[in-house]
Design a protein around this ligand. Sequence first.
Ligand code: MOS
Length: 756
Amino acid sequence: MSSPHSPGTHAEPGTHPGPAGTRSAGVPAEPAPAAVGRAVDRVDAPAKVTGRARYAAEFPYEDLAWAAFTYATVTRGRITAIDTAAASALPGVIAVITHLDAPRMKPSPKPNPIRSMESMATATSVDYLNTPEVHWNGQPVAVVVAEDPETAAHAAESVAVTYEVLPHSADFAAEERHAVPQRNSVIQHASGTKGDADAALAAAPVSVDLRFTTPRHHHNALEPHATTAVWDGGRLTVHDGTQNIHWLRSQLATKFDVPVGDVRVLAPFVGGGFGGKSMVWPGTILTALAARVTGRPVRAALTREGVYRSVGGRQPSVQRVAIGAERDGGLTALIHTSTAPMGKVGGAPEQITSVARHMYGAEHIRHRQYTLGLDTLSTTNMRAPGESIGSFAMEAAVDELAYELGLDPVELRLRNEPSSNPIDGKPFAHRQLTECFANGASLFGWPARSFEPRSMREGSSLVGWGTAAAYHPAWQLPANVTVRLDARGRALVRCAFHEMGMGTATAQSQIAADALGVPFEAVTVEYGDSGLPTGPGAGGSAQTASVASSLLEACEKLKKSIGTPREGESYAQLLARTGRDHAEAVVGSETRVGKRVGQVRFTAKYLREQRRWMKAACGAHFCEVRVDADTGEARVTRWVAVFDVGRVVNAKTAASQLRGGIVMGIGQALTEQTLLDPRTGRIMNPSLSEYHVPVHADVPRIDVSWLDDPDPTMPLGIVGVGEVGITGVAGAVANALHHATGRRLRDLPLTLEKLL
Ligand code: MOS
């Protein structure tokens, strides 16, 4: 199943250790077997299991100092006094920086994807430590720098802050009625209509009209946010666990008013992100500030609590899903609305209702999102932002309708499978949801299910089977790539993309190997360094296809520049025969103007494509839950999911991504919620002991498979596997719980006290 060799250690950015097994391999005589599609071991696995892989808080520096933050304890206020004497007096404390003495930084740019993609990295509008104003309970109001992390943490807690408390509201329930319609943007359809859904709903012979609620969520990546910042004169080097190296570089250059070229961001390994590491949060900026003030290399590794205080989480939501149908199950009306708060200082609205545009062939559709601001930290994107919680409501509502109709929930979905994109009639580039349901139902044994709730009891367990559809759109971002092939058959791919644990470097090695006709083991990939050609952010499940698009183009350019090999000759052999050491090809420009032109061209082509096709991944979930009839404890005991994700590049890492999404969805369904005190805006459970992510005992065997049919409109047919896995999961669990118990729960998480 796995490849015999793992090339490249990828342990150090900017170095090129090369594949140990191929150094002396010479020119391969045989054409390489196709690498794409195989279940290949990760190229970064040896570095990870041997500890050579270094994360942001692990790069050694002489004279390293440590930073820790003092977090505000009021919802909204103004600092009237800040006493740093006790903190400063602690042995080992180097500096205590507050708004009274922090050097001025430039304000962050306003997020505007049209004017600048990089501006999207602005997490909040707050001028950290350049203002006495407090905008959320948890905002950093002081930075302590000390000789060791323990002293820094202790000193940060010794800073005494006095506030004038200002009027505030962090109470979503109280403010919900003040929500306003969210505007559509180039990156998000917040509303849309087809026909007259309200009239159709009123006239429908069968209907459901339901209210769902979902809580705040936090990302809880394995590696909490960490930054190591080093100034060398006016040049800044930052090691940071980031999902977007170039956005971060650009933000830091703006904040510290230095040329972009004088900032280097290194992120060879990131221990998970899930969207929490896409934006630039105060910890990163203030660590760079602390390094500047003290003239020392400074490191801050946030505690888990620090992540909750200073990194945004997913929006909570209130949703309405109303569906009208004919008695045969044909949908006539589909209404999906949502209300979700952001921070007054910023936030990423999730596209909660976008599933209503694409999933079901209703004659009349209306969807709309409402937002409001609270005195809290900005919200931010979290895995399948919008679709994950939106599909919970949609898929649970479809299941409720199926029971109103007396129809099998799979059958109801099949009867409403659209032949084109429901909201606007655009052709699907690719959609095999019907096949996913057919395969999944048969793998799971769905036909043996009895329709009636509470009808599959086994001993003291109420057994329930649930199903739901998965859906996530396919996106692409621009990427610059260089490829080099030498006369010995070794290939080098360079692009500043991200490895957050999903196997990106492995996938790109596979793609390059096939495109160049060299063995997988002969490819080395350099990534994770802003000194490399500008890569895409790792978000929107778009990274693999985005890099692949430019990589394939670069490989074609490269081969063209080498010439036409003779019969049976490889490109490397042709290089050797013609006395050339190597050849190289570049896609994309790194100059300011070149990047801008590239961005405009990319966007124009991308928008053309988006107007022409509806591109998405989809899938079908099937799960079994067992509920203890006496205690109400619910366990997910079996999972089968079949996906249509276009071409799968690496069968091993793709399966992992899809499983990981399902695991996260099980957490969303049963346990995860960030509890925010509505009176104070204080997060009450900022730790893994009180915010419950699934552990091994909570996760059953998960069978994932895919149809492996390339999307004809995407590079190599790749659609993206990062986010589709979580969509529909909470809906499937809710539906299974209903089947087990007869109870409909519409408020996440689906905890036992709600079941009893
Ligand atoms: Mo994702 S929420 O685009 O990391």
